[in-house]
Design a protein around this ligand. Structure first.
Ligand SMILES: [Zn+2]
Length: 431
């Protein structure tokens, strides 16, 4: 029954352009600028509500004008944009949010209410639009949680970014934003006199990043710009040490009360900084030696700059924010209660609940004769299969490879399944 329901819902949601038909024409509906919708996302484990904060116009649109409709079906949320006059679906994107993660914590389940700020971005519409946000429920079925009508001529739309004065460095620009994956690397916790350090840190970590497949062979598909965002203080917040800093992008350790988890809840500042360059994906670099980072699909990724594992964290977290990859590990402590209900197939491309051993989502990469589930021993060290233990759970969830950069800190790179998911995303942004 569950499968049938899901099938019907998927057909309803993802028929049309995403099913292989043509994408809407960019120039028919949009101009080459960005409309940013800033929202407050409030609720408990069971209920949530979005409310409008502000609409912002940003200078150009970085996304692929040939890929307006999201064909990936990843993320806990999807936002869709309809042309109000014709009711045509003209843009959609899956994404995840801090709220969505927080809602699985004990604090949320005890009935506590919290608010997180977030933004959705779309190309600037020519005509009035309806924006709709749906979230997946625990059964993976999309439920509508927010609707908004926007008239692009509304004079309430702020058309000036607040942090346009920071110095921008072009690390590599290989072509127009619409044909490349545009990464912006933002400094956090660097004072004005430390920007040479930021440039060196970014250079070092990006060198490691582009030595990892598939980024190595697809390097020319990426543009990377650095923003020298200036903080008053060195370093970032470290609540467990009671150390609080004036850092411009708002990064903090101990996000959702997990010490190594480093996120920013200052979304507004972060977006205002990022908005001064064309960007698809945000990477925030923290000027600290302490181990930590974070990455949320289509939101942002973070890494500390000076830890011995920073090179690994930088790539791993980008795997979350860019590829929608899940954590394949299961032995480290996390704060989520039942992030993945065992009887529902996770949407992440590299984790499966293995509800049907004859129909695995990465089955095209499993060689004939490989047992599924696959025994976790050295016989299957370099084989794609289904290894039990993934997504913070030792039982009931399976990963595609014995080791992977989404599984451990070992220098093993991305497994074939993660690599394919990333390549597919690069194609989506560039072809
Ligand atoms: Zn993997």
């Amino acid at each position: 029954m569950r499968r049938i329901t899901w099938l019907i819902v998927s057909v309803l949601l993802f028929s049309g352009p995403s099913a292989g038909m043509s994408q809407p024409g960019f120039d028919d509906y949009f101009i080459n600028r960005t409309l940013r919708i800033d929202l407050y996302h409030t609720g408990t484990a069971d209920e949530e509500v979005f409310s409008l904060d502000e609409l912002v116009e940003e200078p150009c649109w970085a996304g692929n004008p040939r890929a307006l409709i999201d064909t990936m079906n990843l993320g806990g949320y999807i936002f869709r944009v309809f042309d109000l006059q014709t009711n045509n679906l003209i843009y959609s994107r899956g994404y995840c949010s801090i709220f969505g993660e927080w809602a699985t914590t004990g604090e949320a389940e005890r009935g506590f209410t919290r608010t997180f700020h977030e933004s959705v971005l779309l190309p600037y519409p020519r005509r009035p639009i309806q924006v709709r946000i749906d979230r997946r429920d625990r059964r993976n079925i999309f439920r509508n949680v927010f609707d908004l009508v926007v008239d692009p001529s509304d004079y309430h739309i702020r058309n000036r970014t607040r942090f346009g004065h920071f110095k921008i460095r072009k690390h590599q620009v290989n072509g127009p934003a619409g044909e490349k994956v545009d990464i912006v690397v933002i400094a956090d916790g660097y004072r004005k006199d430390q920007m040479h350090k930021f440039r060196d840190d970014a250079k070092r970590l990006l060198k490691g990043f582009f030595s990892e497949e598939p980024f190595l062979s697809r390097r020319s598909d990426f543009n990377v710009r650095l923003i020298e965002a200036v903080s008053d203080d060195t370093g970032i917040d470290d609540p467990r040490m009671r150390e609080y800093r004036n850092n411009i992008a708002g990064l903090s350790f101990n996000s959702l009360d997990l010490d190594r988890y480093m996120l920013s809840t200052a979304n507004k500042a972060l977006r205002d900084i990022a908005g001064s360059v064309p960007y698809d994906f945000i990477m925030v670099l923290a000027n600290t030696e302490k181990y930590g980072g974070g990455g949320i699909f289509n939101l942002f990724a973070t890494s500390s700059a000076d830890n011995e594992y920073s090179g690994y964290v930088f790539v791993h977290e980008f795997g979350h924010s860019f590829g929608g990859l899940g954590d394949e590990y299961y032995s480290s402590a996390v704060i989520y209660n039942e992030m993945y209900p065992g009887d529902v197939e996770p949407w992440e491309p590299n984790i499966t609940a293995l509800l049907d051993t004859t129909d695995v989502k990465w089955g095209d990469l499993i060689a004939e004769g490989t047992p599924v589930p696959t025994p976790d021993d050295s016989t299957f060290a370099d084989v794609v299969g289904c290894f039990e233990g993934a997504g913070y759970s030792a039982k009931g969830l399976y990963r595609p490879y014995r080791d992977c950069i989404m599984f451990s800190k070992n220098p093993v790179g991305f497994c074939p399944v993660c690599r394919k998911a990333i390549e597919r995303m690069i194609d989506f942004y560039t072809r």
